[in-house]
Each structure stands twice: as C-alpha cells, then as structure tokens.
Write a protein that binds this ligand. Structure first.
Ligand code: FAD
Length: 271
C-alpha cells in the first residue's frame, strides 16, 4: 500500500548519515511488513539497502548474515559440506508463510526485528545459536543472542533508533546434526509450532528450540542426549500452559499438546 504519511526517504551509507534519531523515523528493510499496513506515526523511511552490506560471508568461525540479506539469498546460498545443520535453512524458509513478493524482498534482519512468534528466521537463527550485532544510536556496538533478542510477541531488546547490523551463526552450531518439525492448522498456514534441535556428532550438547508455539523462542540444553522421559519432563517444567502462545493460528492448549509430540519426533530422529 502507499504510505501517504511519508515525506522523506533517506538512503544513508553509514550510521553517521542518519543523524540524530527522532520520532517519525523508521528503518526500511524489505518493506514487506512496513508497506502492508498504515504507518501513521512514520514520516521518514531510512532505507538500509544503501548501507551496501555484504549479504553472506562464510568464514572458519561461521556464517555472517547481514541484517539486509534477503530470504531468497539465504535460500540460494551454497554452504560448506561440513555445515550439516545448514539443512535447516531450507526447512525454515519453507515454513515461512510468504508470497513470491515476500520471498524475494523480506530480509533476515527484518524478520527478526518484527519479532513475531511465527518468525521463521528467528526459529532458524535461534536454533543455530545466532548472535546479533546491534548498533545503538549512542554507544559502541553490542551483541545479543537471538534467543534473548526476542522478548515477546512483537517485542525485542532494540532501543530507540537502534539498528540490527548482522547475525553470526557459529561454525560449531552449523557443524551439528539438526532436525525440525512444523505444524499449521491449515495447509500452508502460519506456524502453530516450529520446533528444532541440534546435537553434536557424539550425541552430546542436545539443544531443543521451541518457537511459534510460544511468544518468544525457548531453549532447553542437555549435556547428554536426553531420553523420552527426560525431554518430556524438561518441557513440562519449562513450559506450563500459560507459557504457550494463543491466537487464531492455534490455542495454547493445542500448542501445549503438539510441542512435546514434535520434540519427541525430533529426539527419535536424531537418536
Ligand atoms: C501476507 C503476509 C504474510 C506474512 N507472514 C509472516 C509470517 O508467517 N511470519 C513472520 O514472521 N512475518 C510474516 N509477515 C511479516 C513480514 O513480512 C516479515 O516479518 C518479514 O520478514 C519482514 O521483513 P522485511 O525485511 O520486509 O521488514 P520491513 O517490513 O522492512 O521491516 C519490519 C520492521 O523491522 C524494522 N527493521 C527492519 N530491519 C531492521 C534492522 N536491520 N534494524 C532495526 N530494525 C529493523 C523496520 O523498521 C520495521 O519496523 C507477513 C507479512 C505479510 C504481508
């Protein structure tokens, strides 16, 4: 839709070009959410594309994903064979409810900053132990894990005018084995639950990540590979009924029922 409150479009090449942050400013990434509803409080869009950040850089330490990297670019990226958990890239991207336009325009940073429970790029980067680099308006860059970045439904730790620069996925997480399950109430519907796990080659360091079923990502880490009962009890302890998310895409009771079921499927697959 046309945003008829916008009077200025800034195309900065650095943070300094943006100047002092004020109410009415908004960062523009892919624009798939920004242009999907009226933004009456916004008069100036700050287009992040002009920052010219390299979308994806693979190094020995892992994968650096610029916040402006498009979902389609990550889908097309060829990863080193040792990064077994990169199979989750396609799994999570395919779980993201999107049209052709969103697929090609939405960015990884935009999806994480939206901080919706069904943010599939949150699921992906949280499960792969991603760490966000954030650029505050005043002060040095800071790092926050993806799992701590999202604090609730459409809520996160970004401060006024703070920019997400990138997300780092460590090679140690990418080298693990991984599995994922997702359910929606309707075919191709928004996720009611999206559960992932990674595990080291020797069966240690089993990391379960619950997303979409809860307002924010929840992680359970097991030093040794858990049994069915250990996994179930840990989930029940950590996630009582009121910890589950409830909306038209699934009741809290349904999500509480389906999450341990999916988690056990993943456990069995990785066992
Ligand atoms: C039909 C439809 C279906 C959708 N389905 C889903 C879905 O299933 N799951 C889901 O999660 N979302 C969904 N969305 C919402 C949205 O399209 C996605 O979350 C998308 O990934 C947002 O990315 P973007 O790059 O387009 O962000 P934008 O729309 O450009 O920005 C989104 C918000 O994040 C801020 N922002 C963006 N980048 C940064 C940055 N680097 N630093 C700081 N702030 C930033 C913007 O200021 C804005 O407030 C849907 C939208 C539509 C219209």
């Amino acid at each position: 839709m046309n945003l008829n409150t916008i009077t200025e479009l800034k195309r900065p090449s650095s943070l300094a070009d943006i100047g002092v942050w004020r109410d009415g400013y908004s960062f523009l990434a892919g624009g798939t959410w920004l242009f999907s509803e009226p933004q009456v409080a916004v008069d100036t869009l700050i287009d992040l594309e002009s920052m010219g950040w390299t979308s994806l850089s693979a190094t020995e330490s892992g994968l650096e994903i610029a916040a402006t990297c498009r979902v389609a670019e990550l889908h097309a990226f060829v990863t080193p064979p040792a990064w077994q958990a990169a199979s989750l890239f396609h799994d999570c991207i395919n779980a993201f409810l999107m049209s052709f336009k969103i697929w090609n325009a939405a960015t990884i940073g935009g999806n994480i900053c939206m901080s919706l429970p069904a943010g599939a790029m949150i699921s992906l980067t949280a499960a792969l132990e991603g760490v966000c680099t954030l650029w505050p308006q005043n002060g040095p860059p800071r790092e926050v894990s993806v799992v701590d970045f999202v604090t609730g439904d459409h809520q996160n730790v970004l401060q006024h005018g703070e920019l997400m620069r990138s997300i780092h996925l460590p090679a140690s997480a990418l080298a693990k084995r991984a599995a994922m399950r997702q359910v929606s109430l309707t075919q191709l519907g928004r996720s009611a639950a999206l559960v992932l796990a990674t595990v080291a080659e020797d069966g240690s360091d089993f990391l379960l990540t619950v997303t979409a079923a809860t307002p924010r990502p929840i992680q359970l880490r097991f030093t040794a590979f858990p049994t069915t009962d250990e996994l179930r009890h840990a989930l029940d302890r950590r996630l009582p009924l009121d910890a589950y998310f409830q909306d038209v895409h699934g009741s809290a009771a349904y999500r509480q029922h389906i999450t341990p079921y999916l988690a056990e499927q993943i456990r069995a697959e990785l066992a």
